[in-house]
Design a protein around this ligand. Structure first.
Ligand code: ATR
Length: 287
């Protein structure tokens, strides 16, 4: 579709921004759905407040926010979605009459990727590997979606304790339990969904995983890695070797984009379109 007087402008703010895949995802979605919009990268060096104010004045029809501004941007929006408030970081701004409303679609993106793979969190026994920002958000998602129990395994126990306390406090529950890495033998049963929420195993350090012990993987029926490069991480190979299903983080990246696109454009992206965009993402990333 050609650019004309009706074309809406959207984009992503970050620093650096040149490697973002978001323009590819959103412009492809727009082309497939016949929407008259363009989505561009905006490099913001430091004055985020002015950038958001300017975007509002220019009637920018939607923004993604990426590193390093996912928390700082909360100072400049008029409203924050409830789940995003709990996570404390946002990646999507939707224009409203009063200013931008902020959402987090990264974590709902992971959830939608899981649902599309036939995996739900309700009633699940979940193991989370890692206790950084990503792990914290995943723990919040598990509590929010009614997981039965959530064990956070981390090299530094105190960080897992902090997340467990925070999530249990917010949800008035005790389902989240911090664990030492080597204590996995204390878990009972062999029916765990495991979410790998660290950058360990990411290209170029492809030969590492947070857990290397084979018997750990005997307990895992399904593994999700938030990493998508390499396409099959060491964690995923270990899950598969021990008979489990394993998925990488590429669909999570796709669905964080799709959920944002749906919020901006008041539409629903079908599974067929999602599958097509995913195949094209694999192509451009050489995966
Ligand atoms: P993010 O906020 O992006 O999730 P982060 O805060 O840097 O990232 O957290 C990285 C996570 O990966 C942490 O849980 C870290 O463990 P520590 O808390 O012990 O530092 C984990 N991690 C990083 N390298 C690791 C390694 N080689 N083995 C095990 N865990 C590792």
């Amino acid at each position: 579709m050609g650019i004309n007087g009706h074309t809406k402008t959207l984009g992503v703010i970050g620093r650096p921004i040149a490697h973002t895949l978001s323009p590819f995802i959103h412009n492809l979605l727009a082309e497939m759905l016949g929407h008259n919009l363009v989505y561009v990268p905006f490099l913001v060096e430091d004055d985020l407040g002015s950038a958001i104010k300017g975007a509002n004045a220019l009637n920018i029809a939607g923004l993604n926010i990426t590193i390093p501004y996912k928390t700082e941007v909360l100072k400049y929006v008029s409203e924050v979605d409830d789940f995003a408030k709990k996570i404390g970081a946002v990646n999507t701004l939707v224009p409203t009459e009063k200013g931008f409303k902020a959402y987090n679609t990264d974590i709902p993106g992971l959830y939608r990727a899981m649902l599309s793979d036939g995996v739900d969190l309700k009633g699940e026994s979940v193991i989370i590997l890692g206790a950084g920002g990503a792990a914290r958000s995943v723990a919040m998602l598990c509590a929010d979606k009614g997981a039965k129990e959530v064990y956070i395994f981390n090299r530094t126990l105190s960080r897992a304790v902090e997340i467990a306390d925070e999530v249990n406090g917010l949800y008035g529950t005790k389902v989240v339990v911090p664990m030492e890495l080597h204590d996995y033998g204390k878990l009972s049963g062999k029916n765990y969904l495991c979410i790998q929420a660290t950058s360990v195993g990411m290209h170029p350090n492809v030969d590492c995983a947070v857990m290397e012990q084979g018997d750990f993987y005997e307990m895992i029926h399904t593994g999700y890695d938030i990493v998508y490069n390499p396409y099959e991480t060491k964690f995923m190979s270990l899950v598969k070797e021990h008979g489990g299903q394993a998925y990488n983080g590429l669909k999570m990246l796709l669905y964080q984009g799709i959920i944002a696109y749906e919020l901006w454009n008041h539409c629903t992206v079908s599974d067929d379109i999602a599958d097509y965009v995913l195949s094209k993402m694999k192509e451009v990333l050489n995966l």
